[in-house]
Design a protein around this ligand. Structure first.
Ligand code: MG
Length: 232
């Protein structure tokens, strides 16, 4: 696949607590949170653990879960060693791309979309207060969009002792593409916006750059990170 990625601090925040990883067959985005520089440490730590994890020896889904649990343990260890890092956490959305198949591990409100036959479909469920209320049928989509707790996470790597991971997998067909992003993109662009940018650009990097530029043009209120994978 043709892969491109971009992260940007945005136009309001001083630090970029987002990060991404692109490694043979492994695509990930992370959006860190915590005081001082702890958010950057949390997202950087989980992406480093994934970068160094020896994938390929066993069953992909099991390895993906083990790698994410190792990342969680590492963030928690760093948080206990340094009081200024206490309570830090991060989202983590990972796609492990195998021949004809994608394995996904997901915690938090970053997203993975499948781009197939001219449509974009969100494959991950947001772990935010508003999204959980929406899924429970207690509020509607419009209320979720403006909910005061729409950015409050119900799950994050590192932030709580017990880690609950969403693991999913789906077949990858010829012509399929993937889009991973942090909420700095998905809070400013809807799926039609994203799809339009993907279709307008002939390389993954050009599409990733243009998606970030559009988020900045709409205010860039948060750090924004995008990984695009498209068929060669
Ligand atoms: Mg964010």
């Amino acid at each position: 696949m043709d892969v491109g990625a971009r992260t940007h601090v945005g136009k309001v925040r001083r630090n970029n607590e987002d990060g991404y990883l692109v490694r043979d067959g492994l695509l990930a985005v992370a959006d860190g949170m915590g005081g001082h520089r702890a958010g950057e440490v949390a997202s950087g730590t989980v992406l480093a653990v994934l970068r160094d994890y020896p994938f390929g020896a066993g069953e992909p889904a099991a390895e993906l879960e083990q790698a994410m649990r190792a990342a969680h343990a590492k963030v928690r260890q760093l948080a206990t060693e340094d009081a200024s890092m206490a309570g830090m956490g991060t989202t983590l959305t990972v796609a492990l791309v195998c021949p004809g198949r994608v394995h996904v591990g997901h915690v938090g409100d970053s997203r993975l979309y499948l781009w197939r036959q001219g449509q974009l479909r969100q494959m991950t469920a947001d772990h935010s207060v508003a999204a959980e209320l929406l899924r429970a049928g207690q509020i509607d989509e419009e209320a979720a969009r403006v909910h005061p707790h729409r950015h409050v996470l119900t799950r994050a790597i590192g932030a709580v002792p017990e880690l609950e991971i969403d693991l999913l997998e789906f077949p990858l067909e010829a012509g399929d593409g993937l889009l991973l992003c942090t909420d700095g993109l998905s809070s400013l662009l809807d799926e039609d916006d994203m799809l339009r940018v993907l279709v307008e650009h002939s390389t993954a990097q050009a599409a990733a750059d243009a998606l970030v530029q559009l988020a900045l043009a709409r205010g860039g209120i948060d750090n924004v990170t995008v990984v695009v994978a498209r068929p060669d």
